[in-house]
Design a binder for this molecule. Sequence first.
Ligand code: C2E
Ligand code: MG
Ligand code: MG
Length: 694
Amino acid sequence: MLAQPVTDFLTSSAALCDAVLRLRGHALTEELGRIVRAVLNSPLGEYIPADSASMLLTPPMDAAVAANDDAVPSLSQDVCFDDHYFGRFVVSGGAHYSELDRQHLASLASLLGSVLQVHSVAQRTTHAYVQVEAKLQHQSQILDHIHESVLTMDMSGFIISWNKGAERLFGYTAVEAVGRNILFLYDEEDIGFHDAFLEQGGRLMEVRRKKKNGEVFWASLSLSPLCDINDRSIGLIAYLTDITERKMAEERIHHLAYYDALTSLPNRTLLTKLVDQALMVAQRNKAHGCVLFIDLNRFKLINDTLGRKIGDQLLVEVARRFRTVLRDQDLVARLGGDEFAVGLFDIGQHFEASMVAQKLLATLNAPILIDGHDLRVGGSIGISVYPQDGHDAETLLRLADIAMYRAKQEGGADGDHVAFYSQDMNQGMQERMRIETGLRNALGNGELLLHYQPKYAIPDGKIIGAEALVRWRHPVRGLVPPSEFIPLAEATGLVVQVGEWVLETACAQAQAWKDAGLPPIRLAVNVSAREFTATLPGRVSDTLKRYGLEPSWLELEITESTLMHNIDRVIGIMDRITALGVTLSLDDFGTGYSSLSYLKRFPIDTLKIDRSFTIGIPGDPNDCAIANTIISIAQQLKHKVIAEGVETVEQLAFLKNSGCDEVQGYLFSQPLEAEAFERALRENWRPGRSSRAA
Ligand code: C2E
Ligand code: MG
Ligand code: MG
């Protein structure tokens, strides 16, 4: 067995390495057995791997020559590396094994141990690598399949990765996005936040981003740090979800809560907040502030007569005009109905507020054309001032509201007026509230009554009719004149119920007089603008029928303001009334706007010269000229003319001279209770009586 050529050992070593690299399992065991037999030139020999069942029975041992006399000589050598045991070479069948054989076997085992060790490390590494690769593949699949868009970027915001969700959300492919700076996805408004994002990774925020098609959307963005193997932060991972729909729903809810749906102006809630904020600034700057409370004068009338659709358009136009007239920093809100409020906070002196108020009134009085209607809505404005009247929005609004009512009273039913709040108004307001509740009760408690003021024909001084004038017999205050409650009843709408009562009572009275055999007269009932709706003719006709009263007994007095809107509609109502046989007279004539071109279209019977002109007769040339003009207009239009408020014989003489047909006034009679009027009528119609008018 000596002198084994070295080349054989080398060849076998090479074969051993080759086998380990190429073969596995049984084939490898076989080949190793073959090699060991060749190296030791031994007929028997094998490699027993550690996992072979037989090895479990044979404990590992160093290469040893079993020199038992009885046994066949054999060699065995464990194959190990460090502490790791791979298997064992066992050779036998030779006649004798030398020390050199043992060394060769040891070398072969050592070589095999090393090669198996290297190979198994390499195999494990390859396996681990394959696993890592599979895991990565797995993760990228997950990333691509989740709905969220996930992208990573380096510390400077350059995009490193871009999942399918990001492709779907932004419309850019990974190829288009990776390598670009994240800023290209920002909406202009959000660009300033970029640095803050990078510094504060981990926050959840709502941002605006831009898609490839330019569309800007809302996204929820969560950032978390991207770290390297040593846990050093090298960038950010961004998770984005499209929340545009939710955001829009939120905005809609916000808009509903804080804005008026019709005009899109802030509502009372938002105005209160904004005013309070502005007051804090004003307080710091020691500045003044004002709140203007605006109520449209003729809105209710327009809304009642022309309908809601036109009313709505009118409010939208008013809101638009207010915004145009005011500066950007001024606040304007719709409080509800036809009430608006304006907040001014950078005014030097509070009288500037009244200039603004005048501008607002001017814009309300400029014609508003809607559906062919030429509307002039007018307004009343109350102003409260910070700091003198109040220090918070609620108080300033409340006081401006009170001042607005004063403005309404001072301006009259249709006049535009501005009033600053003052202490005594508060009392006035309480008084107003008292009257309002009192009046509601008055209707139910039968506290209203009518007085009748006779009307006389100038040529013969005969009583040709009477005007029914309402009174309120207040349980505490006594007889309250209509001037103290009719304007309020008009403002609150109560006038409609009052009017129904008056018409009913006047017809009942006329019927009673007729039945009592009194000469036929015309009983005039005042009808306010708010009552003058499409239902009025029907109501009049029903009432007449109910009392069996001829229509010629009834006259309706309407004021000029009633005629100011929607002429065609008003004329339609008038025609239906006159068609019943009821006459119409135009009260307070000359005090409103009376377009002569319209006047001739109205089916009226009588023009009533207002008391304010009668007063100046005959001393005031203007009043005389006006009275004369009214009389000649009436004559040309073939209307009768009556002068009210005649108190002196001079007035009467002038009117008689000018051709006035009828008169009414204290010179002849104050308004009388029904019985007194009846007596006066009987007296007047008695044959042979004398009369001042005649
Ligand atoms: P009006 O329709 O112009 O009524 C004439 C007013 O002048 C009445 O006041 C009458 O008493 C008063 N008057 C008559 N002659 C003279 C005079 O010679 N000198 C003076 N200083 N005054 C005179 P009254 O009764 O206080 O009514 C005021 C206003 O209240 C009425 O003005 C009318 O607009 C309204 N009103 C009265 N009754 C009713 C009603 O039943 N319904 C409606 N809607 N309004 C009414
Ligand atoms: Mg009248
Ligand atoms: Mg009058």
